[in-house]
Design a protein around this ligand. Structure first.
Ligand SMILES: [Zn+2]
Length: 402
């Protein structure tokens, strides 16, 4: 959409036409996300589960001497649900793959070690050099206003790289966010993973080849681990990535209840979200990263949670609006801890982000919440070091409420 088009809100949910994934309204003002969501109550999900089984069975036969598929995991609730489905519903033998983001919450570490312990599957993890990790995150923070780019780049390329390396052609993902949030496709399109979607939507238009333009001193070898295999490699290996949300009626709230009761999954309450189960593995996703998203786009994780509940008819729009307004401006509880990890002072967040819009910076650095942040304990660096090695640790000082 162009700058001078009017931004409108869907008549049913809280999303607006400036949603970064692209959202359209029909003649009644209902958004594409709400319309595609209606399919969840119309499709024959039993039949679609049968389609999924047929698809994955063909890989089981082909791959009898190898893993049947790769499942990317983070330690969030969907990881538990996906691995449960893949092993116990589809009868596959997956290789679980994790891209370590380097800074993890204690809850996330616990969940991931629980996942590795209770499911009968091999696990492989990749940890990028923490010095390079900091450098890349500073660059994306300064130029794209996001902390999350590196992790997304890594966790979307690593499974495809391992698929190529080990000749395992099938990757199984959970939800397709473009369908879940904005109805980019119908569930019946059965869209699969593409490098184009990864670049345009997951990575905000800047992939690992283009990140160098922000800092010519980057050494390509430093981030070679983020390289997404070429189309030729992907075709040669027959790699495809499918989304379970096209075959199962996707409802993260229901899934959470299930994995909490069955597998002891734990959430982590933050002060900017009202559900505790979304992304508890990252100490800043629902805090600082979410505040940056709000500044950049005018909505936040709480909006995503409320839209989901409106569409699943768990809340009405007016109540959702009220709750959203209570959360949007809340102080992120992770700024100080994250600034320490990144190796910059809170006051230098401003200069670091000079290339961004000045109003954005002013809003980020002003406000009462700054005093709250200053009261945070200093993170214990020994604990942070132990997280690099990814052993279980008491990481309580990294942001409040972990
Ligand atoms: Zn809508």
């Amino acid at each position: 959409m162009t700058m001078n088009q009017r931004i409108e809100q869907c008549v049913r949910c809280l999303y607006k036409t400036n949603h970064p994934f692209g959202l359209t309204l029909d003649k009644n003002g209902v958004c594409s996300g709400c319309l595609v969501h209606e399919e969840k109550d119309l499709l024959d999900w039993k039949m679609r589960l049968g389609m999924l089984k047929n698809l994955t069975d063909s890989y089981k036969l082909k791959q009898s001497k190898n893993y049947d598929c790769i499942v990317p995991v983070s330690g969030g609730q969907d990881s538990f649900f996906i691995v449960h489905t893949v092993i116990h519903e589809l009868g596959l033998n997956p290789l679980l793959v994790n891209f370590n983001r380097n800074f993890n919450s204690a809850v996330g570490i616990k969940n991931l070690s629980q996942l590795r312990t209770i499911f009968p599957a091999d696990f492989r993890q990749f940890t990028i050099n923490p010095i390079i990790s900091r450098k890349v995150i500073r660059t994306t923070l300064a130029n794209l206003g996001t902390i999350n780019w590196l992790w997304i780049a890594g966790q979307t390329s690593l499974p495809v790289r391992i698929a190529d390396e080990l000749k395992i052609p099938l990757i199984i993902w959970g939800a397709h966010q473009g369908i879940e949030q904005v109805g980019m496709y119908s569930h019946t399109d059965e869209v699969e993973m593409t490098s184009r979607y990864r670049k345009e939507h997951d990575l905000m238009g800047i992939d690992e080849k283009e990140i160098f333009k922000f800092d010519p001193d980057f050494n390509p070898n430093d981030i070679s681990s983020l390289t997404y295999p070429s189309d030729d490699q992907i075709i040669k290996n027959g790699t495809r990535g499918i989304y379970l949300s096209n075959y199962l009626r996707w409802d993260p709230v229901q899934q959470h209840t299930f994995v909490k009761d069955k597998y002891g999954y734990i959430g982590r309450k933050t002060n900017r979200t009202y559900y505790d189960f979304d992304n508890p593995d990252c100490p800043v996703y629902n805090g600082l990263q979410d505040y940056l998203k709000f500044m950049r786009l005018g909505y936040a994780k709480v909006t995503d949670q409320l839209v989901r509940d409106i569409r699943h008819k768990r809340i009405d729009k007016e109540s959702a609006k009220r709750i959203e307004s209570e959360y949007l401006n809340k102080a992120p509880d992770s700024l100080k801890g994250f600034a320490d990890w990144l190796g910059i002072s809170v006051k230098n967040f401003g200069p670091l982000m000079l290339s961004l819009d000045s109003n954005f910076l002013e809003q980020l650095l002003s406000g009462d919440w700054r005093s709250e942040i200053n009261e945070l304990d200093k993170p214990n660096l020994n604990h942070i070091d132990s997280v690099y090695k990814f052993i279980d640790s008491d990481f309580k000082n990294f942001g409040k409420g972990i």
